[in-house]
Ligand binder design. Sequence first.
Ligand SMILES: Cc1cc2nc3c(=O)[nH]c(=O)nc-3n(C[C@H](O)[C@H](O)[C@H](O)COP(=O)(O)OP(=O)(O)OC[C@H]3O[C@@H](n4cnc5c(N)ncnc54)[C@H](O)[C@@H]3O)c2cc1C
Length: 563
Amino acid sequence: MSNAKKHYDFIVIGAGAAGCLTAGRLVRDHGARVLLVEAGARDRNPLIHMPAGFVKLLTNRDYMTFHRSAEHAHLNGRQPSIPQGKVLGGGSSVNAMVYIRGQARDYDDWVSLTGDESWRYERLLPHFVRLEGNTTFNNAAHGVSGPLKVSDGANLSDVSRAFVLAAQQTGLPFNADFNSGSQMGTGFYQTTTFRGRRCSGVDAFLAPVMDDSRLEIRTGTTVTRILIEGNTATGIEVQSGSQREQIKGGQVILTAGALVTPKLLMLSGIGPQKELARLNIPMKVDLPGVGENLQDHHEVPVVAFCNGRYGYFNQDRGWNQIRNGLQYLAFHNGPVASNAVEAGAFFNPDDASGAPSIQMFCLPTVYLDPDVTSTRATYGFTLNSCVMRPKSRGRVSLQTADPNATPIVYPNYLQHPDDLRLSIAGLRRAERIMRAGPLADIVERIVLPDESALGAETAASDEALAEHCRRTVKTVYHPAGTARMGADHDPMAVLHNDLTVRGIQGLRVFDTSSWPTIISGNTVATTYAVADRGVSLMMGETLPGEPTQRDSVAESPPVMQVL
Ligand SMILES: Cc1cc2nc3c(=O)[nH]c(=O)nc-3n(C[C@H](O)[C@H](O)[C@H](O)COP(=O)(O)OP(=O)(O)OC[C@H]3O[C@@H](n4cnc5c(N)ncnc54)[C@H](O)[C@@H]3O)c2cc1C
């Protein structure tokens, strides 16, 4: 049937984390007719579903878009790349599955920036809880019956265990649950997995409605712009191969991720007037904030070689590969069930009892950006320190008006002196952990950065570590903030606080672009919570945690008693 004859209530652009939740909820809870358009392919590759498999996909152009950034003069001309998922499920199909919700103060910042109390953590908590199917924790902070499965790591390597023990020796308390309200300490990450398999946005939110005739999913189809008549979004233009086509629909929801959503807004005439004029794109609304405010978590590594066969080096080769593969097929555990980022820590180098400002990831392998080639492949591990609330701000702009061109991405890592200072503090903490038992027992030597710079606390060693940061800083794959919501008087706000686009009817943004600031920790849990709230607001649902009309009637005392 031709699409010209079909009617969709909603068109969702991009089947990533936010897109899957949005489309799934609209069909399941509202019986809506939804078209979900995804540039990437179906998620049929088995590597997507076995947790360790994503490591193999990170360099695969069939499943990832590599957003190579512009040259950064302050990073010695480096052009850090930000790879993003390009497949059904988007980031949720290729990510490391670490489940973290951030800190309550992150959302307090959102309230300050938007002037809207409903973005406070307490008000988002019911969304996190109702989406979650935790297999370990069952309390006020966690849900157990939601579709997004969250489990303890199915395999913990010797390196991860030694890391958590060593981190405690440096004074960090063991934290059994980083999402209970306090992140401080060290422990093992919970993951969006179930019985040794990834639980992506597709598994959690699309699978239950996959056979519903009201849902149409078009993969391998790239949205080139949003159609706007007057000041109303009326549909989209798409491209499959060399074919372009226009599709009309009731309302349009943008969930193409923080690097593409601003690009599509600009290609549709929504963005900074000067930028649109430069590319001869007819302007619909002048919104100077589109593409600005890019925030991304970044990390810097300390790498150690091991004095024995520790960690996951070589586990994907030869006999190891056969044994691990068979173990996984038979029992859904072993190294293939590992998400590769099993353990970590949260701490504040400026104030030991203050809110954590750094998240550390322990990787039981040597893992660096492709342009950092100063180590060889061997048994070893990497401690990455990530600044959780970076102060640097970057931007996304258009190279050309050609929708097939990737946007110019400028993450601007380490531009703010505080981000560099905290990154250096993270390196020093990583070294202390590597020198503490029992991790110290398996370290042959620290190979990156220079050991002497790590040990000394002098201006010269600070500069040596700063240089290491500039040379190795890499993305944690969490871009956000490029079409942010904000208060009415805020000229840089792109969205109203209900996630509708300013000046255009029938157009919303539910992905990480909408966040005013990035949250403290991995981003997918919050992506789902925000999109869930977006659907609730759009559909006029009673928001979870708030009284329904029926509840308030039931709660009022019976009339007879009052009389
Ligand atoms: C390698 C990697 C590791 C990560 N690890 C973790 C982790 O361990 N824990 C965690 O919490 N978070 C992690 N993240 C981040 C998390 O996955 C993202 O924050 C989340 O997926 C963002 O969701 P989104 O809906 O905003 O965008 P995405 O999930 O990126 O979805 C955007 C979708 O839109 C599609 N699209 C883009 N342009 C178009 C177009 N023009 N037309 C049609 N479709 C289009 C894309 O192909 C993609 O499928 C990781 C991300 C990556 C890439």
